[in-house]
Design a protein around this ligand. Structure first.
Ligand SMILES: [Zn+2]
Length: 242
């Protein structure tokens, strides 16, 4: 069911973009198929490690609270930053990097690649990459496409910008109107195995307002769960991704 929810969110994104054309090139939306065919793209890594990733920030209303929880826990994560959010709060992107977290790229505008031309896809990634690099002093190495939908143009843009595309193996559905800390935690835990990559959101800029509160509440539960399982939690840089 979670995949359907993802498709629903993705479809909403497309509707907002006003285009449903070019549906053929989407190759990454089927989770189990994706994991079997492209383990690296799914973010599968060393079995004793879980990669913790956050999308859609940086957001001054919420990201600092996530940084506080992570600092308290002594955990580093990977933040997939949106260029347009970095433009508004470059200091916060810098703070993420200075705290030892890995900065990665979620593009500039968060438009579904199916709804835009290959040239627009490339420009979106390049503009986002340049913004992240200027704010943090680091060139992002990973890229995650909005809605988890990658097209041939997505992969071509990644190749030309030396970005490695990666999705996730477990998510919390934390953008939904009914998400709670418990629902987010249980949704992640249901799909999470050692070696998995967790997708959460540290901003509500593409989601229900204040949906990040459920995510923030779920984070300590998730960290405790990983500790119980004997999984070390860290950024993709330490994940040993295939
Ligand atoms: Zn996103």
């Amino acid at each position: 069911m979670s995949r359907l929810a993802g498709l629903a969110k993705y479809t909403a994104g497309l509707a907002a973009a006003g285009a449903l054309a070019q549906a053929a090139p989407a190759v990454t939306s089927l989770g189990p198929v994706r994991a079997a065919l492209w383990p690296g793209l799914t973010g599968l890594g060393a079995p004793g490690h879980v990669a913790l990733t956050f999308d859609d920030g940086p957001d001054p209303a919420s990201t600092p609270l996530f940084l506080d929880v992570l600092e308290e826990a002594g955990v580093h994560a990977t933040f997939f930053l949106l260029g347009r959010m970095v433009r508004r709060s470059p200091w916060l992107a810098r703070r993420i990097a200075d705290a030892g977290h890995e900065v990665a790229l979620h593009g500039w505008a968060h438009r579904a690649h199916l709804a835009v031309s290959p040239g627009q896809t490339l420009r979106d990634l390049r503009r986002g990459r340049d913004e992240v690099a200027a704010a943090t002093g680091r060139a992002p190495g990973w890229y995650r496409p909005p809605y988890g939908i990658a097209t041939a143009a997505t992969f071509a843009a990644c190749r030309s910008l030396d970005l490695r595309p990666v999705l996730w193996s477990a998510w919390g559905r934390d953008w939904t109107t009914r998400a709670t800390a418990e629902s987010v935690f249980h949704t992640v835990a249901r799909d999470l195995r050692g070696g998995g990559t967790v997708l959460l959101h540290d901003s509500d800029c593409t989601s229900k307002p204040e949906s990040w509160r459920a995510t923030l509440g779920a984070l300590p539960l998730l960290l405790a769960h990983c500790a119980e399982q004997g999984w070390r939690v860290g950024p993709l840089a330490e994940h040993g991704t295939a």
